[in-house]
Design a protein around this ligand. Structure first.
Ligand code: GLN
Length: 544
């Protein structure tokens, strides 16, 4: 049976619980164990798919088409284990299921209540699909004390009794703030937050204390005493210079050793070679490239979390530092000269995924700049759609080219898809349907043209699988005209109907993809498109 590690957070949000969970999982994996990480989100949205990136950051999409919390991206990047729909659940999804069952009459006349019905559903979610695993890590979103997270904490309390304390652990992540006026670290917030957790019947086994200054032994002892844990189980979690430093750092602080001790397990020391290599590449770059990301949600780095990481991975692959300039596409719409001023010094231009018309003309102008100035260009999802509209307008004589996403148009170079094939059969949608969960989501295959730039990037592969999240599609009816203008459709859906990749053979590096390659990139396995894009940017940097 799998052992369960529950990860809760206290004092404040944004303590990096997700990264902590991912790091602990990576350390257990490095000791030879199999792991899976899950996220419980207490909010009432069914999934984050309809939430604004400003509310929630990026929506992370899994192979099986789930729109999930961005922490699942950390989990995948740190462990290489593909996340699934069953690894992320929200209160909204749980209530949706319970209410549907209630309406069907499945509860046979019973009063439906938070305990046991909601807590049972949470427990079932935690336990499902865990055969053969050594460890299941469950991260509870939010902060202990939130009203919304109460049923989740209660479910943990029950699970600990049902599975046995020896098969479960609770790691509570807290903050030990430094009060500069007093010149001291303060343990009181941690004490209060542990008291809150224990008042709900859950005694944590380990405390991971985020701090900006080292935690002296005396303070550790004090926390241990007041919070009823072993002093060795009070782990100092100092701010790290990079996220890749976190697993080795937590190992040095004894996190994985203490977790194994808790479970009475003995394992060989972890093999951290993978992390040492990544850190070495990260800390000792042999050059630097500057990439412009021309998007919409540039004020919030979390909105492009995986993209930012994938760019770093592309840098790791080439041993260079990647400096990212986040540019609001709308700036280019108001001021023509801004384009040259801002994009000319760049070594590569990336137009990422996005929704809605706002900023689209600025994105199209950026594509044009990259094409005309022969700067490496990567267009992702909406970015590829903008590349096709740019090509239609400026190289194929379709001056009115647009996307139906932006309103009615006579030249729908990009249009809504209402029918497509998936592994589950024909998918159909109407333009007026619900917005939530109805896009073309998850892994789909693409067939690559032989002798294309992308098939070389993918090491000669002819069929690839990548993750999608879009409602609109480049209209294959324009293919011939766009190809005559030099934009070649080098990747198509297996039925040949949906354009997946476009490229410009007469350009140093110009690729647009309908899918999101950033979702599958790993620090130890950089995605070929990002590795190739950064390599091209590096060549560009040597030209100027
Ligand atoms: N808005 C576009 C669509 O729905 C692109 C989506 C995206 O970039 N993820 O097709």
């Amino acid at each position: 049976m799998a052992r369960f590690i529950f990860i809760t957070g206290g004092v404040v949000s944004s303590l990096g619980k997700g990264l902590m969970a991912a790091s602990l999982a990576a350390l257990l994996q490095a000791r030879g164990y199999t792991v899976r990480i899950r996220k419980f989100d207490p909010y009432l949205n069914v999934d984050p798919g309809t939430m604004s990136p400003y509310q929630h950051g990026e929506v992370y999409v899994t192979d099986d088409g789930a729109e999930t919390d961005l922490d699942l991206g950390h989990y995948e990047r740190f462990t290489g284990v593909n996340a699934r729909q069953s690894d992320n659940v929200t209160s909204g999804r749980i209530y949706q299921q319970i209410i549907a069952r209630e309406r069907r009459g499945d509860y046979l006349g019973a009063t439906v209540q938070v305990i046991p019905h909601v807590t049972d559903a949470i427990k079932a979610f935690a336990l499902a699909d865990t055969e053969g695993l050594d460890f299941v890590l469950c991260e509870i979103g939010g902060t202990v004390g939130d009203i919304e997270s109460l049923p989740f904490i209660e479910a943990i309390r029950q699970l600990r009794n049902e599975l046995g304390r020896e098969n479960t652990a609770v790691v509570h992540v807290t903050l030990v703030p430094y009060i500069s006026a007093a010149g001291e670290l303060k343990t009181k917030p941690t004490q209060h937050s542990v008291r809150e957790l224990t008042s709900l019947g859950v005694q944590p086994d380990l405390l991971l204390c985020r701090c900006e200054h080292p935690l002296p032994a005396t303070e550790r002892a004090k926390i241990a005493l007041f919070c009823n844990v072993r002093p060795e189980a009070v782990i100092q979690a100092l701010d790290a210079a990079s996220i890749y430093a976190v697993p080795p750092q937590y190992h040095a602080e004894g996190l994985d050793a203490e977790v194994l001790r808790h479970f009475g397990l003995e394992a060989p020391p972890p093999d951290l070679a993978r992390w040492t290599d990544i850190l070495d590449r990260y800390n000792h770059p042999e050059g630097e490239v500057t990439i412009a990301v021309v998007g919409k949600y540039v004020g919030l780095p979390d909105a492009y979390k995986s993209l930012n990481e994938a760019l770093v991975h592309g840098g790791l692959a080439n041993r260079v530092k990647v400096a990212v300039r986040w540019i609001d596409a709308e700036v280019f719409e108001q001021d023509d000269s801004a384009i040259t001023a801002q994009l000319e010094p760049m070594h590569g231009i990336l137009v990422p995924g996005g929704f809605g018309e706002r900023g689209s003309e600025g994105k199209i102008a950026s594509v044009r700049f990259a094409r005309e100035r022969r700067l490496p260009f990567l267009g992702i999802c909406l970015g590829m759609q903008m590349a096709c509209i740019e090509a239609a307008r400026n190289t194929a004589g379709v001056s009115g080219a647009s996307s139906t996403e932006f309103g009615p148009t006579d030249e729908p170079v990009v249009g809504i898809i209402t029918e497509w094939m998936s592994s589950e059969g024909l998918q159909q949608r109407s333009a007026q349907g619900d917005l939530g969960g109805t896009m073309r989501l998850g892994a789909y295959e693409a067939v690559l043209a032989g002798n294309s730039h992308v098939s070389r990037l993918y090491n000669g592969a002819t069929r690839i699988s990548e993750r999608h999240r879009h409602r609109y599609e480049v209209n294959v009816a324009y293919r011939e005209r766009l190809e005559q203008g030099g934009l070649v459709f080098s990747g198509m859906s297996p039925d040949g109907l949906l354009p997946e990749i476009v490229e410009r053979p007469d350009h140093p590096w110009f690729v647009g993809v309908q899918f999101h390659p950033e979702l599958k990139s790993k620090p130890f396995d950089p995605h070929p498109l990002f590795a190739g894009f950064i390599a091209a940017a590096l060549r560009q940097s040597r030209l100027v």
